[in-house]
Ligand binder design. Structure first.
Ligand SMILES: [Zn+2]
Ligand SMILES: [Zn+2]
Length: 341
């Protein structure tokens, strides 16, 4: 393990914005060492991506949900219970669905849970409209394989907005085609549940279904609190705007921040050959995913916080699952000594 802090960006030779394949291998020279620096400072679009092959269904869905969330800020739809649904929803759907299941369990196999529980967590993840398990895992595995180098599907070294959101808007045959997914997700494709999601889109119904359940709960509580149908509808709609639509937007931007911000801003515990960073703000918002340099240094580890103060709520949840006998074979950071617990 090394604990070298990353070198300031200005010590690295800036290179013109050209595809990595067009640049001779000695073009990236670190003046401090005279050797090659870890990454180019700017990248072209990932190889295989055609700039004008838009994924309109993704662009329209993302635009519509952002617009549909705006009424959350209208006074008639405000409620404190609605506001509370943001952190609750970020934990329930984002932390348990995306971090714990899609990322640490399905992508990196950092621990093991019974299949039916794994599928249950995947259902929570699907309620974030971030795609199927296999499509998410394919993009993320390719990211790790080529992080901050040209084939990386979402390096912010192309530019910040590319890494944050724009990479979703254009087709990348390496991760969003059947062939790409089969290449990166041989393990997931053996599971009939995940395989079926690649062939039909019934999983999309989970999102409106979750919205209906949340609205029904809001309606019930609203009626109990006010005794009127008008009060019931007010809380029901408040929970729709806050607990479903705005929460979806918030979880999206948190997930996207891990791709963009934590490859640009923060400190490094490890020299990893790319630009990953530990960013406390993203870590705080995302439930531990912001300790991204640690994660790149030790990808299989279920724990992303490696120092005692790098708080990692997702790992605390996995520890809780282990305590209750649900999770086992947790992969720990190499630096902690014992690899599996
Ligand atoms: Zn990364
Ligand atoms: Zn990862």
């Amino acid at each position: 393990m090394t604990t070298t802090a990353s070198r300031p960006a200005e010590t690295l030779v800036r290179t013109p914005k050209v595809a990595a394949r067009d640049v001779p291998p000695d073009a990236f020279i670190d003046p401090e060492t005279g050797g090659p620096s870890s990454v180019a400072r700017t990248l072209a679009l990932p190889e295989g991506v055609q700039p004008y092959t838009y994924r309109w269904h993704v662009i329209i869905a993302i635009a519509l949900i952002h617009l549909a969330a705006i009424p959350a800020f209208f006074p008639q739809f405000f409620s404190w219970t609605g506001v509370a649904l943001i952190p609750i929803g970020v934990y329930f759907f984002g932390c348990l669905g995306i971090n714990l299941c899609y990322h640490r369990l399905l992508t990196h196999r950092g621990f093991v849970v019974p299949k039916w529980i794994e599928h249950g967590f995947a259902m929570l993840a699907l309620c974030n409209l971030q795609g199927t398990p296999a499509s998410w895992v394919a993009a993320h595995r390719r990211h790790h394989q080529h992080a901050d180098h040209e084939p990386d599907p979402h390096s912010p070294l192309v530019h910040f907005l590319w890494g944050h959101i724009l990479w979703l808007f254009v087709s990348n045959p390496h991760v969003d085609t059947k062939e790409g997914i089969e290449k990166y997700c041989v393990d997931l494709m053996r599971d009939p549940v995940y395989k079926s999601m690649e062939n039909n889109r019934a999983w999309l119904l989970l999102y409106p279904l979750s919205a209906l359940i949340i609205m029904a709960a809001g309606f019930g509580l609203g009626y109990w609190m006010t005794g009127t149908t008008a009060g019931a509808w007010q809380l029901s709609l408040s929970w729709l705007f806050w607990g479903v639509l705005l929460r979806t937007v918030v979880v999206w931007h948190i997930t996207w921040s891990v791709n963009s911000i934590t490859h640009m801003f923060g400190y490094r515990n490890y020299e990893t050959g790319e630009d990953s960073r530990n960013n406390w703000l993203v870590a705080l918002l995302s439930g531990g995913e912001g300790w991204h340099n640690n994660h790149h240094a030790d990808q299989r580890s279920a724990a992303h916080g490696h120092k005692w103060w790098e708080i990692d709520p997702t790992y605390l949840t996995i520890l809780f699952l282990r305590k209750t006998g649900i999770a086992r074979d947790l992969v720990q950071p190499r630096s902690w000594g014992q690899r599996k617990v």
